[in-house]
Every structure is written in C-alpha cells, then in structure tokens.
Design a protein around this ligand. Structure first.
Ligand code: GLN
Length: 338
C-alpha cells in the first residue's frame, strides 16, 4: 500500500495470508494439535475465575478481509481481564493523542509482575506502561468524560466497536474482583500520591474492574485484534474505530509489554504483538493480515494461557506471521511445557 505524505511516497508492506482453505485447515490443526495439553493452572486470585472449565479451548483467526476461521470453543464466554488494557489504551490515544498518553503512562516494560507495587515505587510513581495495572489505571483515568459513568460509557462503546457487537459485564466476575481488589486500590492510591491520577482513585479502580469483567469470546478477541491489524477499521462491520497511527502505537506497546514479564520471550519465539489476560484469553496481531484470538483457562506462572500460547506459536509459524522471520523456522521453546 502506498500513500503520499509531505510530498514523499511511503510504502507499507505486510504480505498476505495463505488462501481461505489453507487458513481454515491450519486453525483446525492448531486446535487439534494442542487440545489434550493440560499444563498450567486456572487463575484463582479473583475467586470466581477458579470456577472456569479448564477443558475449554477455542482458536479463531480473523482476517483483515473480514473472513473468520474458528475451531473448538470459539463461542465460550469469559471476562476479558487484562486484554482490555490494549483496547482502552487505543481509545485513550485516539481521544488524547499518543504524546499525552506516552508522557502520562509510558511505553517501557517494567520487567515486573503486572500488579507490582514495587515497579511504581522504583520509577518515582511513573506507571511505565499501559499494560501493567498501574499504567492501565492511569490510562482509564484519562478517558474522556466528566464523570466515571461517562468514562465507562465511552469505554464500553469503544470496546464494542472493536468487537463489532455490544459487550456486557459479567456481573459475577465484577463482584468477585470488586470484593478482592485491595491491591489495585492500593496502586491507584499510590499513583494519586505521586500526582499521577487526578480523578477519584477508587472510582478509577471501579471503572477498571468493570472493563476487566467485560464478557467476550475467542471470536471477539480475533475481531478486536483484526481491527488493530486493519489500521483501525473493524473488518467485519467496516466501521472505523481508531486511526491507523493509534494501531501502530498500540501494537508497538503490545510487542514490548503485552505478555507481562514474558514479553521478550514471546516476541523471540512467536514474533507478534499480543496481549493476554488471566482468565485465559490471548489476542495476537499480524499487521495488515489479521489476528489470532484464543481462549483456554489454564495459565502459566506469568499469567499467559498455555494452550493459547502453543496454538498462537504454531499459527504464527504455519501462517507465516512472525514479524522477524525471513524464512520458515522450526518450533523453539514455545513447544516446551510451561
Ligand atoms: N483484573 C485483573 C487485575 O487487575 C486483570 C489481571 C490480568 O488479566 N492480568 O488484577
């Protein structure tokens, strides 16, 4: 694709996916290949998440053409959790411009757990990036709206546009996390003490807890990711959700920070910007081509779904998505048990 900017013609080159039949076959293969793997544990630090059925496993690829390929439990609903951070960040960049969000929230990996308090202290109260809880809280606090209710309305409408359908809150997950999120409340208060949150910190935590409880399925994740892959246009609905530049910013942040403290290893092995959530979802984005959405509740110690990682790694290789590969490559440690 070529565009003239400031009198200079600029090219963007992304390649293309194999034909429809082949993608369909590979998605089914990725599901069948890892269906019986049972490493990892279902998250339980939000009590109700422990009730998830560990057998569920869905794999979906959404192409930027709008084509969808699904295998397994593609329609099983779960709370989006940390994956919301990627899309709320995009909404904040769209509304405020990326420089504001970059100054306020940052783009660098902390190297520490997603809910680390020490990371905030070590960085003089700077949240460092929007994919850890401190940065996600600071990002949610920036959303347009005079009240938390208006900010929530902006958020839920925006994430619904990414998914191409209205999303609802899983009330049981919201109630369970709201009753046990003392650490997030502490992080928000800490950010307040450093002048990083101007709004009521507990109201910000409440909106954030709701955003994490939004109910999606693997198909939604794939479509949301494909919207980022498609320069901000939802390939299923045809609606522009955010600007192309916002997608580029969001994907750069996901590449360096989307998979928690395993982001380096993920990029090394799989070569795609991605975001995971503790309830077992992962979305991985191939710019210009499409996205992979997976759901499987058993997670590794960093909080990333084990079968989701295996299926994504396999699809990245077989579909030719790895951003760094110039030739086919064999599976590396991504095949190893978590
Ligand atoms: N709602 C969760 C939290 O804030 C999200 C965690 C996650 O998915 N990593 O702790």
């Amino acid at each position: 694709m070529s565009t003239e900017i400031d009198g200079v013609r600029q090219e963007v080159s992304t390649g293309s996916l194999p034909g429809w039949d082949r993608v369909e076959e590979l998605v089914r293969d990725a599901h069948a290949r890892y269906r019986d793997r049972d490493e990892g544990l279902v998250a339980d630090y939000i009590p109700v998440l422990a009730e998830a059925d560990p057998a569920l496993f869905g794999v979906v690829v959404a192409e930027t053409s709008g084509a969808l390929h699904a295998a397994g439990d593609a329609d099983a609903g779960f709370s989006i959790q940390s994956i919301s951070k990627a899309f709320v960040y995009a909404l904040a960049c769209e509304a405020l411009g990326h420089e504001v969000v970059r100054d306020r929230v940052g783009v660098n990996n902390t190297g520490l757990a997603f809910n680390s308090v020490i990371a905030v202290e070590l960085n003089d109260g700077h949240p460092m990036n929007p994919m850890v809880n401190a940065g996600a809280l600071a990002t949610t606090a920036l959303l347009p709206g005079a009240t938390p209710e208006e900010q929530w309305a902006h958020l839920v409408a925006g994430l619904g546009r990414f998914a191409g359908r209205d999303l609802g809150v899983d009330d049981a997950v919201y109630a369970s996390e709201a009753a046990t999120n003392q650490r997030n409340r502490a992080i928000a208060r800490l950010l307040e003490s450093y002048g990083r949150i101007e709004a009521d910190p507990l109201a910000v935590v409440d909106v954030y807890t709701r955003q994490c409880a939004l109910r999606v399925d693997a198909r939604d994740l794939a479509v949301m990711g494909a919207t980022l892959a498609d320069g901000g246009v939802n390939p299923v609905t045809g609606e522009r959700v955010v600007a192309a530049q916002v997608c580029r910013d969001a994907l750069a942040v996901l590449a360096s920070t989307g998979m928690y403290e395993r982001s380096g290893e993920w990029l090394f092995e799989i070569g795609l910007p991605a975001k995971s959530g503790v309830s077992g979802g992962i979305v991985a984005v191939a710019p210009g081509k499409g996205a992979i959405g997976t759901f499987s509740p058993r997670i590794d110690p960093a909080g990333n779904s084990v079968r989701g990682r295996l299926a994504t790694a396999h699809l990245s290789r077989t579909l030719g998505l790895n951003l760094f590969a110039s030739a086919a490559h064999v599976a590396e440690r991504a095949e190893a048990p978590a």
